[in-house]
Design a protein around this ligand. Sequence first.
Ligand SMILES: *Cc1c(COP(=O)(O)O)cnc(C)c1O
Ligand code: SF4
Length: 362
Amino acid sequence: METWQKILQYSLTDPAALAARFNIDPAPLHEVAERYPMRINPYYLSLIQQVGDPIWKQAVPDAMELQDQVCHVDPLNEENQSPVPNLVHRYPDRVLFMISSTCAMYCRFCTRKRKVGCAEMAISEESISAGIAYIREHAEIRDVILSGGDPLLLSDEKLDSILSRLRAISHLEIIRIGTRIPVVLPQRITTSLVRILKRYHPLYINTHFNHPAEITEQSAKACARLANAGIPLGNQTVLMRGVNADPLVMGRLMQRLLAIRVRPYYIYQADQVQGTDHFRTSVEEGLEIIRALRGYTSGMAVPTYVIDAPGGGGKIPLLPDYLQQLGSDVVLKNYLGDTYHYTNAEPAGPADALVWQLDLAG
Ligand SMILES: *Cc1c(COP(=O)(O)O)cnc(C)c1O
Ligand code: SF4
């Protein structure tokens, strides 16, 4: 058995074991863990410094998960935008394809809390084949995002098989993997896994660090292995109360990500997912974080802040009000709040617009 498999095997799944270790009352946690599974592997557990810290909050069940009256089971309407099970086709040229139903840790804030780690999500070989066939039959799909669950929890052989079947589709230009493995189980990024992944370029990985304390020697090593294999690494962060809703914490996270060769991609406003309302912040707090980053630190450290629109409208970017006025005189505010003017050019005529549309189509 490989090291990462042993680590997973010793995961805590029963609140009683956790409670004994931290000397807390397990009673309120049992009911939560029955509804939304708990899995905390020894590596991620070792990052907890004290009860209630940002690592704890992401991993340990909270009684508030069952009190949430505000949120919805599937706020992004994923189930209705799935032409085949476990594949979401929301945008014109790309699909989200869930190939794994399990994770190396069950994050308390998960957007797919409704099903991740639950028996009903079990993803069969037939479902994976049906997803691949859908992509093969739809020539407009040039980008697939492998997701789940965590795709990198699949065995090397299974991943190899899925990736090779996808690569055989000529219209599929890029493959992306969305994974929290470099954060929660970096030992899974073995040299043999990396050897497989690098055969399927252009392949991108978006990982999911939420707090600077998640950047450790092990996670840095995992990211270095992937980057050395020529895999561009991005990061998606969920904005969360009690975890990272603070400009200083977020700034430090983004800078440390760049230092381990991971480019911040998105900060998500928390989705209205049932069982996660206690993590949600106001949109004003998110805008304030972007305002505190832009101009003050490397532009590469500033991700796009988005709301994934309830109902399945897709990701909508949000920016502080740098653009004050449009027209012939464009009025702008810089990061320090000073006002600047830019003399606008004439808008392009309809002929130019037509050429651009043809370009896109061709
Ligand atoms: C996030 C997402 C994508 C990818 O969006 P990008 O902005 O291209 O990263 C694609 N499909 C679905 C359903 C998504 O939720
Ligand atoms: S790793 Fe991702 S899919 Fe799995 S529980 Fe965490 S957020 Fe959800």
